[in-house]
Design a protein around this ligand. Structure first.
Ligand SMILES: [Zn+2]
Length: 204
């Protein structure tokens, strides 16, 4: 009985003491909690700075990745010059103005010029840019330009459809609006028929 009592006392003690911070973000986030009027020492919040730090580091991990890293050796020779589309790529990012999430789908197409890219590489390229603080317009252009650079294709098209929490939870509080951005390069830009075919295929 005594042993059990002591164990309980110990665990209660350790629970109420935050462990030493592992990142520069943790003590600062604890200050933010205080500024919000919270008590960062209460049980439910004790480990929140650490969890927040881990989570935000993951959500911005794109800063430490390059397109070359994720593409690796995933580019192959090919004769085809038919349009390739990867559509409905799930996308989660953070808006740089409010650091609130925006999420939706990316549709990416290209027309090869003697080179093709491993299909799984395209969602990875999207994530390199989505896991940063972003505006949707810039991210759309970055994905298109990155593919143009690594693949030198005849054209690239990117359409992103996303819902923004900064519009849904605050500000205008519009829950059902979607923001659609597009970036057209090469033949998708110069040839309306190619562009139309792409837009039809992503909405079929
Ligand atoms: Zn925002």
């Amino acid at each position: 009985m005594i042993l059990k009592k002591n164990l309980n006392a110990d665990s209660r003690k350790s629970k109420l003491k935050p462990t030493a911070p592992q990142t520069a973000i943790e003590p600062r986030f604890r200050e933010i909690l205080k500024a919000l009027g919270e008590n960062p020492s209460r049980e439910g919040l004790l480990d929140t700075p650490r969890r927040f730090s881990k989570s935000i580091e993951f959500l911005t991990s794109g800063y430490h990745k390059s397109v070359a890293d994720v593409v690796g050796r995933g580019i192959f020779k090919a004769e085809s010059s038919e349009m390739v589309i990867v559509r409905d790529i799930e996308l989660y990012s953070l808006c740089e103005h409010h650091m609130l999430p925006f999420f939706g789908k990316a549709h990416v197409a290209y027309i090869p010029d003697k080179k093709i890219i491993g299909l799984s590489k395209i969602p990875r390229i999207v994530d390199v840019f989505a896991r940063r603080l972003q505006v949707q317009e810039r991210m759309t252009a970055q994905v298109a330009d990155a593919l143009m650079e690594v693949l030198q294709p005849l054209g690239v098209a990117v359409v992103i459809e996303a819902a923004h929490f900064c519009m849904m939870m605050r500000g205008v509080e519009k829950q059902n609006s979607k923001t659609i951005t597009s970036a057209m390069r090469g033949e998708f830009y110069s040839d309306p028929t190619t562009r139309k075919e792409f837009l039809q295929l992503i909405h079929e």
